[in-house]
Design a protein around this ligand. Sequence first.
Ligand code: AP5
Length: 220
Amino acid sequence: MTDPKPCLVLLGKQGAGKGTQAKRVAAHYKIAHLSTGDMFRSQAALGTAFGLEAKRYMDAGELVPDDIVVGVIEECLAEGGPLSGGFVLDGFPRTLHQAEQLTRVLEDGGLDLVVNIDVSREIVLDRLAGRRVCEDCQRVYHVNLPPENPWNCDDCSGRVEQRADDHEEAIDRRLELYEIETVPIVDYYRQQGLLSVIDGVGEGDEIFERLTKAIDSRTD
Ligand code: AP5
């Protein structure tokens, strides 16, 4: 075991369930969950210059430029920062450059495991079309699995809405960019012996069990 608290990355296509599962993994291992997408959306909602710039890219399904993203992550990973007691990264890295920068920032052995949640394109298209997200706490729902009181979040009563980038054009562009920019990362981590691939199809509880099994077998 390299660290008492696991340091993890979740990879997978848009809609693979990274956000859904990362929240559960973070609660289970008592580690920080960092979703770059959530962070950009919160900043956009606050109207900061950084958030509004990120929103222009996100709404079109484009990636936020590497230099902006890497700078933010580097701050979070600094000693004493929010990620210094174990973490699960969701949505970062998603280009080879970002993965190399993460390796640079973390010391040797800084990552315990990278899990790729494998789901077909057909399934993610259906999931993204039906996804609804709480504007306040970012909890993720689906039209087939809504909050008890539609459409107010079960956790915080915030408004649950469709994400601005869950429209057909942006979804196509995000999936295209995934193949071009993110798939090479899978090989990068495989070559480092850090990769585990799990089947992302099934009930949420089943996926969570597959994930924790992969994590525990690495960190025990
Ligand atoms: P981000 O917020 O990361 O969005 P994404 O990449 O499009 O990923 P998703 O959030 O769509 O997918 P997910 O795997 O988290 O799925 P979820 O759990 O919600 O990024 C948004 C944008 O920010 C990017 O496009 C980019 O512009 C920018 N950005 C972020 N990071 C960046 C970076 N590092 N570099 C550059 N730009 C960056 O699940 C999807 C749906 O499926 C939900 O409705 C859920 O309820 C449902 N579901 C989940 N699990 C299951 C299951 N097992 N069975 C059935 N349904 C399920």
